[in-house]
Design a protein around this ligand. Structure first.
Ligand code: UVW
Length: 320
């Protein structure tokens, strides 16, 4: 596909809806404002079996974590361990207690993570109209901190698009849209409902974790939701607060008609303030939901409070 020019995204989204100003000039959490006490109670009521699932993927794995091209995997180093005490690098605390300490480094967006609303932009403008210069040297607007302070809590629905299409995982570049989400929900006999946190499973992260798929720079094309004005309008009208998927970037990498990359980061995150949580582990939850027919539940997660950060690791908990 021919690369899209740098104005292609602005052309594609000319006249697209935004929610800038809807929650005031100082807002940094966007559609999370939809998650009020009512939505938390709806979520709690959906936890009918009191069974829990964690949705984070392991990081700093021996095999090397899958990360979006241009990033590198998290790394884990032991700083203090028994061998260090035996070698005399460390000494027991007064009284005899010894300890193990470690150090982890990596991208805020390595592993399951949540993006601040200012993580991506075009036209020099972030969520809510903040200037792109507010990212210089650290996010002073629409970073991860306000989202981390708020938390993401409410009723969630898992939409298992891979199973709905009768496949273990979607293919490279395979797309779907909001009408597929609606049809999937109908087949699963679950109501999406306004202000629902959407969990969308493609089977892709499972394939990255077990090596059926790999990330090759320059050739990487994830399956996922694809842009259309109707899709954006549906997310807006449904007041979706948060989109969680099992892909590295929550949407198909290239809009197939234009070649524009990551259109929904602009149309949903930058414009509508919908919070993105990416690279979630949904396979175990999906297998369980297929088994008992309950696809909704209580979702609770908050990213790490990284000062001036663009994003943060998250290990959401789903209780059904
Ligand atoms: C990219 O930045 C490509 O994706 P993410 O939304 O994971 O941060």
């Amino acid at each position: 596909m021919k690369a899209a020019d740098t104005q292609a995204l602005a052309r594609l989204l000319a006249g697209a809806p935004t929610k800038w100003g809807r929650w005031g000039d100082a807002d940094e959490i966007g559609a999370l404002n939809y998650l009020t006490e009512r939505e938390v109670r709806l979520g709690l009521a959906a936890a009918r079996q009191a069974r829990t699932f964690t949705l984070g993927v392991p990081i700093a794995t021996d095999a090397g974590d899958a990360v979006f091209p241009g990033r590198w995997a998290a790394r884990h180093y032991m700083v203090a361990d028994k061998a260090g005490f035996e070698a005399g690098h460390w000494h027991p605390l007064d009284g005899g207690l010894e300890f193990a300490d470690d150090y982890v480094n990596g991208f805020a967006q390595a592993g399951t993570h949540c993006d601040g609303l200012g993580h991506m932009w075009f036209d020099d403008t972030l969520w809510n109209g903040y200037p792109a210069s507010s990212t210089n040297g650290g996010m002073t607007k629409a970073g991860i901190m306000p989202i981390a302070e708020r938390g993401i809590v409410g009723r969630a629905v898992l939409l298992d698009i891979a199973r709905f299409r009768g496949k273990p995982k979607l293919e490279r570049g395979e797309t779907f849209n909001h009408t597929d989400l609606i049809a999937c929900a109908k087949a699963q006999r679950v109501e999406i409902g306004r202000r629902t946190i959407l969990l969308v499973r493609t089977g892709w992260v499972g394939a990255l974790l077990d090596g059926r798929e790999t990330v090759v720079a320059g050739q990487y094309w994830e399956p996922g939701l694809t842009f259309s004005p109707e899709l954006v309008r549906w997310f807006d009208e449904m007041e979706i607060p948060c989109l969680v998927t099992d892909t590295l970037a929550n949407e198909t990498t290239y809009e197939p008609d234009t070649g524009v990359m990551l259109v929904l980061h602009a149309a949903l995150m930058r414009n509508l303030g919908i919070v993105f949580t990416e690279m979630a582990w949904l396979d175990a939850l999906a297998a369980d939901c297929a088994g008992d027919g309950q696809f909704d539940g209580f979702y609770c997660g908050a990213p790490t409070k990284v000062t001036k950060g663009t994003g943060g690791s998250i290990n959401p908990v789903f209780i059904k």
